[in-house]
Write a protein that binds this ligand. Structure first.
Ligand SMILES: *Cc1c(COP(=O)(O)O)cnc(C)c1O
Length: 390
C-alpha cells in the first residue's frame, strides 16, 4: 500500500517529532522539563465543567447536533462578539459556525477556497497547519516573514502583485503564536484594505484572544469597518479557558467565508457534541475575575522565565499575551543546535523557531505550561550548564 503523493510534501508534524524525542528520554529515566507544546496544564474552570455535567445528563444532548452548531451556541457566540469586542449584529445563521476546535476549521477553510495553482499568504513563523493545509488543498504557500524589524507583522508591500492577485486566503494570528507579538486595530485595517483590493478572504486565527496580561485586551479584526466584506475570525476555547481537550470553537464573519467552511464541514463532520456546546455557552459567561485568575498563573510563570533569562544575559521583554515566550538563540548556534543543547545538557524540551518556518531561525519558543518550580529548575539547570545569551 502507498500513501497519497501529497504526503511527500508534508513535513512530520512538529510536535509529533518532539513527543517522540521526549518518550525516548523519559524511557531512559531523564527528568524532562517539557516546555514544548502549548497545552495548558491547568484545569478547565469549574463552572464550565459543571455545565457539562448537567448537559450530559440531559438525553436531548445525545443525538446528532446540527452541523453548524446549535442555535443557542451560535447566538451565544454572536452575543459574546458584541459584549467582548463591540462587534454588533452578527447573524448567527449566516455569520457564525461552530468548530471542533480551530484546527479543524482552519484546515477545512483551505478545502473550501483553495484550488491547485492558488496562492495562500501565510505567516512565517506561524502555526504549521496554514502551510500543510495549503498543500493538502493543492495550493502554493507564499510566506510572509515575521521579523523583529517589522514588529512580527507581515510586510504587505513586499508581496508581489502577481502573487497577491492569485492569492485566495491571507492568514494572520494576533496575539501571535509563536512570537507573542500583537497587532493593533490599525494593523488590522491595513490587512482588511489589502484583502479588499485583491479579493482575498482574510482569516484571523484568534486562538489567544483572551490570553493577555497587564490589562491588555486584544482587538478583533471584525471591529474594523468593512471587515465583514472580507474577513472571518477563528475563535477557540482551547487556550484561554484551559480547554484543549474539549475540541470546541467557532468561526465568525464574512457570509461567503462562513458558507464555504460550513459546506465543507457538512460533508466531513457531524458537528460538536451538544453537551460540549452547552459547556461552551457557560465559557462565554466566564467572569473577568475568573479569567483573570486563570491568566494570573501564566503571568507569574512568564515573569519567572523572563527574569530568569534576563539573569542569564538575555535581552528580552515579557510578552503581553499568549502562552509563549519567543527567545533569540545565543550567537554561534542555529535554533536546532541550541534546542539540542538544552535537551542534552539540561533535559529541557523547547521547539526550535525554524519548526514554525524558515524565518523562525535564530529563535526558540518557551511554552508557559509547567509549574513555577519547574521553571525555576529550568533556569537553574541552564545556569549550571554555563548557558548564557552573550
Ligand atoms: C493552539 C492553536 C490553534 C488550535 O486550537 P484548537 O482550537 O485547539 O484546535 C490554532 N491556532 C493557533 C495559532 C494555535 O496556537
Amino acid at each position: 500500500m502507498q500513501f497519497a503523493k501529497r504526503f511527500e510534501k508534508i513535513p512530520p508534524y512538529l510536535f509529533a517529532e518532539i513527543d517522540r524525542k521526549r518518550d525516548e528520554l523519559v524511557a531512559k529515566g531523564v527528568d524532562i522539563i517539557n516546555m514544548g507544546v502549548g497545552d495548558p496544564d491547568q484545569p478547565t474552570p469549574s463552572h464550565i465543567v459543571e455545565a457539562m455535567h448537567q448537559a450530559i445528563d440531559d438525553p436531548s444532548t445525545h443525538n446528532y447536533p446540527p452541523y453548524q452548531g446549535t442555535k443557542e451556541y451560535r447566538q451565544a457566540a454572536a452575543n459574546w462578539m458584541e459584549s467582548r469586542f463591540g462587534v454588533k449584529g452578527l447573524d448567527p445563521n449566516t455569520q457564525v459556525v461552530s468548530s471542533i476546535g480551530s484546527k479543524e476549521a482552519i484546515h477545512n477553510t483551505f478545502l473550501a477556497f483553495v484550488e491547485s495553482g492558488d496562492y495562500t499568504l501565510i505567516p512565517d513563523p506561524g502555526y504549521p497547519v496554514y502551510r500543510t493545509s495549503t498543500i493538502f488543498a493543492g495550493g502554493e504557500p507564499y510566506t510572509m516573514p515575521l521579523t523583529p524589524e517589522n514588529n512580527f507583522l507581515p510586510d504587505l508591500d513586499a508581496i508581489p502583485e502577481e502573487v497577491a492577485r492569485k492569492a485566495k486566503l491571507l492568514w494572520v494570528n494576533y496575539p501571535n503564536n509563536p512570537t507573542g507579538a500583537l497587532a493593533s486595530l490599525g494593523d488590522f485595517e491595513k490587512l482588511v484594505a489589502f484583502c479588499q483590493k485583491y479579493d482575498i478572504l482574510l482569516c484571523h486565527d484568534h486562538a489567544y484572544s483572551e490570553m493577555a496580561y497587564d490589562g491588555y485586551k486584544p482587538p478583533s479584526v471584525l471591529e474594523v469597518p468593512g471587515a465583514l466584506d472580507v474577513a472571518i475570525e477563528f475563535h477557540s476555547f482551547s487556550k484561554s479557558y484551559n480547554m484543549t481537550g474539549w475540541r470546541i470553537g467557532f468561526v465568525a464573519g464574512n457570509t461567503t467565508g462562513i458558507k464555504g467552511l460550513g459546506q465543507v464541514k457538512t460533508n466531513i463532520d457531524s458537528g460538536v457534541f451538544k453537551a460540549i456546546q452547552r459547556a461552551g455557552i457557560a465559557a462565554f459567561a466566564t467572569s473577568s475575575a475568573n479569567l483573570q485568575q486563570v491568566m494570573s498563573v501564566y503571568q507569574r510563570r512568564r515573569d519567572i522565565i523572563v527574569e530568569g533569562l534576563k539573569s542569564l544575559g538575555w535581552p528580552i521583554e515579557p510578552p503581553k499575551a499568549t502562552l509563549y515566550v519567543w527567545v533569540p538563540v545565543p550567537s554561534g548556534y542555529t535554533s536546532t543546535e541550541f534546542v539540542s543543547l538544552l535537551l542534552d545538557k539540561c533535559g529541557i524540551i523547547v521547539p526550535p523557531g525554524n519548526g514554525y518556518g524558515a524565518a523562525g531561525e535564530g529563535f526558540f519558543r518557551i511554552a508557559l505550561t509547567v509549574a513555577d518550580e519547574r521553571m525555576h529548575e529550568a533556569i537553574k539547570r541552564m545556569k549550571a550548564a554555563g548557558i548564557r545569551y552573550a
